[in-house]
Design a protein around this ligand. Structure first.
Ligand SMILES: Cc1cc2nc3c(=O)[nH]c(=O)nc-3n(C[C@H](O)[C@H](O)[C@H](O)COP(=O)(O)O)c2cc1C
Length: 409
């Protein structure tokens, strides 16, 4: 029998502790052996009985229970992943400074597996330089620390500090476990990813659009987050749940997408343009719904070109990168002469890598799977066989990482 991956779920004393129950359920139901290690403070929010019943494992907060098993050392040593969710400001401080005054902090010092923190707290606590320095320390040492989401906090206030959707934290756990490496290779990097398909309005009820679901771009975001990157995800009309830890910018049209990409790309180490951007938009926008006229044929729709965002960022035609040293990745969905068209596009756009995929049944638009060839400017071609979009996403990052310049900050 294959042994279940061992996950330690550390729960510290934030109001979001109750959301960690959902994370625990996802982990156990997908075949993980979960040991919950709550802090004493967190038991004010969710009791030990809940953790024990849901995990099927004993629960304790301090090092003095079952001492013959030396839990303060064993739990961390045997773990394949430690995820602290929610991570309080206090827990981040203790972890950054190597304190070991309860079972969870001892576990964090003895774990040699990947460690993931999902912080949640009020905006002021999150933004305090002490917390930010602790987060930077933990990241520098190899932990993946997710950015909190923006939204409703405890009480009536809103802002940055919200616990991300536990389903999305689970997805990150899955990715981190699947990679199985304790050193994330995108830590300290800012990556910008566009996803989805633009909609070019014709009148208040109609638009020109495309079939892009955004799933490939979201897979790129999730995998980059699991590899430690700061991710700005610029999404156009996807309706997909926000990946845990990503900064989300929502846009509708190609012009809006351009503006968002140029802004976010200004300090990015890599830009991956997975969104399907409309080449054309209607020349005019009718402020009222266009009506059928009795006995008359409809007026033709005049189109104008949209900006070529990929070429602008990559320096296609001019050779001048928007930001020198930035790695730029484009996508090309083709129906005919797929590779030949892809090679021409790679040259024309000036990007470093181009992911070329054939539009077809069960792949590319809307599907969970994809199949592609990644073309590089040095002539290298990396075929990625039919499989989950996350696999293709990881191949893209594998090819991006060695092309990255020195860290800027
Ligand atoms: C109602 C309530 C909600 C709290 N929520 C949070 C929170 O979301 N994030 C946080 O960092 N601290 C929060 N705190 C403060 C922590 O519980 C406190 O710092 C505690 O010492 C944390 O201990 P621990 O890190 O050992 O779990 C909250 C406190 C109270 C009373």
């Amino acid at each position: 029998m294959v042994e279940k991956p061992k996950v330690v779920l550390g729960v510290s004393g934030g109001i979001a502790a109750y959301k960690a129950c959902e994370l625990l359920r996802r982990l156990t139901e997908s075949g993980h052996d979960v040991r919950v290690v709550p802090t004493e403070a967190s038991l004010h929010f969710v009791g030990a009985a809940t953790w024990s019943a849901l995990s099927g494992n004993p629960v304790s907060t301090e090092v003095w229970d079952s001492v013959h098993e030396v839990p303060h050392v064993r739990i961390g040593q045997h773990a394949d992943l430690v995820v602290v969710a929610p991570a309080t400001a206090d827990m981040l401080a203790k972890a950054a400074h190597g304190l070991a005054d309860d079972l969870l902090t001892n576990t964090l010092l003895t774990a040699r597996c990947p460690v993931l923190f999902a912080p949640a707290m009020h905006t002021e606590m999150w933004e305090h330089p002490a917390t930010q320095e602790n987060v930077a320390t933990l990241r520098r040492r190899g932990a993946v620390v997710l950015e909190p989401a923006v939204g409703r906090l405890t009480g009536v206030d809103t802002g940055k500090g919200r616990f991300p959707d536990p389903v999305e934290i689970f997805e990150t756990c899955r990715r981190v476990l699947a990679r199985g490496v304790a050193e994330p290779d995108l830590t300290g990097r800012h990556v910008v990813i566009s996803a989805g398909g633009t909609r070019e309005p014709l009148d208040p009820v109609r638009y020109l659009g495309n079939r892009s679901s955004g799933k490939q771009g979201y897979a790129l975001a999730r995998t980059a987050l699991a590899r430690g990157a700061r991710v700005t995800l610029i999404e156009a009309n996807t309706g997909l749940p926000d990946p845990a830890g990503a900064d989300i910018v929502r846009v509708g049209t190609a012009v809006q997408l351009r503006e968002a990409v140029l802004k976010a790309a200004a300090d990015a180490d890599a830009v991956v343009m997975a969104a399907a951007v409309a080449d054309f938009r209607p020349e005019t926008y009718a402020t009222g719904k266009i009506k059928k006229q009795d006995g008359q044929e409809p007026a033709p729709v005049a189109l104008v070109r949209n900006p070529d965002i990929l070429a602008e960022v990559a320096g296609g035609g001019t050779g001048a990168r928007l930001r020198p040293g930035q790695v730029v990745v484009g996508f090309a969905a083709e129906t005919d002469d797929v590779l030949a068209n892809g090679r021409k596009k790679l040259q024309r756009k000036g990007c470093d890598l181009l992911v070329v995929n054939e539009v077809g049944e069960r792949k590319t638009f809307g599907s969970e799977e994809n199949e592609a060839v990644v073309l590089a400017t040095d002539g290298a071609e990396t075929p990625v066989p039919y499989g989950p979009k996350e696999t293709l996403a990881d191949v893209v990052w594998d090819l991006v990482v060695p092309r990255l310049g020195p860290e800027s900050a």
